[in-house]
Design a protein around this ligand. Structure first.
Ligand SMILES: Nc1ncnc2c1ncn2[C@@H]1O[C@H](COP(=O)(O)OP(=O)(O)OP(=O)(O)O)[C@@H](O)[C@H]1O
Ligand SMILES: [Mg+2]
Length: 238
């Protein structure tokens, strides 16, 4: 298929099975994400949201089907090349932040840059992210010395450090109180508006799902609905 520069990500007929006998976690999912889209992904526990996100981001391999990032087949590249390409183009925010406990906030944020030898180049940017996210006082703190909301914001800053065009977030507000959850969604929305970053986030919260321009719902490993919505009746963040 021809490469369309307005499409950042496309997947065709993704299937993922686990175990013996095989159970299907993802059954034939095809989807296209345009540049700059702000998309929510909902569905009951076990419906396949995390599994889908892992495959779309190249963190896990599908049983069959394809994923194209900027027109490039994510699973056709040599692993080192895939790693580098992914590192530059995709940011991933996990439900549990997975900051490295032995690194300070700023070192955690700089980790993706360090992996490709660009730590020095990104240091000023890391400082500005700390400032934007109200984390200046946490710069040299270890994760165990930070609150849950601070840790989650540091994890988001880490996902942003390479300025990826695409961010996947797996229940980024799942473990946060309302104020911190709202703040997290605000950061994503602002990034989407100002930088045109494409964002796909999983949420169980109907109000956060309603903030999206496009809502995808999964049932039993398949996309049950995929709707664009106007910006009319959205929750205003505190
Ligand atoms: N590594 C694995 N081995 C076996 N089965 C798995 C594995 N990972 C996921 N599954 C199964 O695949 C299905 C989809 O799981 P997934 O984690 O994608 O769901 P989810 O929609 O993210 O759920 P939740 O909302 O609880 O996070 C579930 O039935 C799950 O048990
Ligand atoms: Mg999940």
């Amino acid at each position: 298929m021809k490469y369309d520069p307005n499409i950042i990500l496309r997947c065709d007929s993704l299937v993922k099975s686990f175990g013996e006998p095989a159970t299907l976690a993802i059954r034939d999912v095809s989807l296209t994400m345009g540049k700059g889209e702000f998309v929510s992904l909902t569905g009951r526990s076990g419906s396949g949201k995390s599994t889908l996100l892992y495959m779309l981001s190249g963190l896990d391999i599908p049983s069959s089907g394809k994923v194209y990032l900027e027109g490039k087949d994510l699973f056709q590249m040599e692993s080192k090349e895939t790693h580098r390409f992914r590192n530059r183009n995709i940011g991933f925010v996990f439900q549990f932040h997975y900051l490295l406990p032995e690194l300070s906030a700023i070192e955690n944020i700089l980790m993706p840059a360090r992996k490709i030898g660009e730590e020095g180049k990104k240091r000023d940017y890391a400082r500005s992210l700390l400032k934007d996210f109200g984390l200046e006082h946490c710069k040299d703190k270890y994760p165990s010395q930070m609150s849950g909301g601070e840790q989650q914001r540091a994890a988001i800053a880490r996902a942003l450090i390479m300025d990826p065009g695409l961010i996947f977030a797996d229940e980024p507000t799942g473990n946060l109180d309302t104020a911190n959850g709202d703040k997290t969604m605000e950061i994503f929305k602002k990034r989407n508006k100002e930088n045109g970053t494409t964002i796909l986030y999983v949420t169980h919260d109907p109000e956060y799902a309603a903030l999206a321009d496009r809502r995808i719902n999964m049932v039993d490993g398949q996309i049950e609905s995929d709707q664009r919505q106007n910006s009319g009746k959205k929750k205003s963040l505190t």
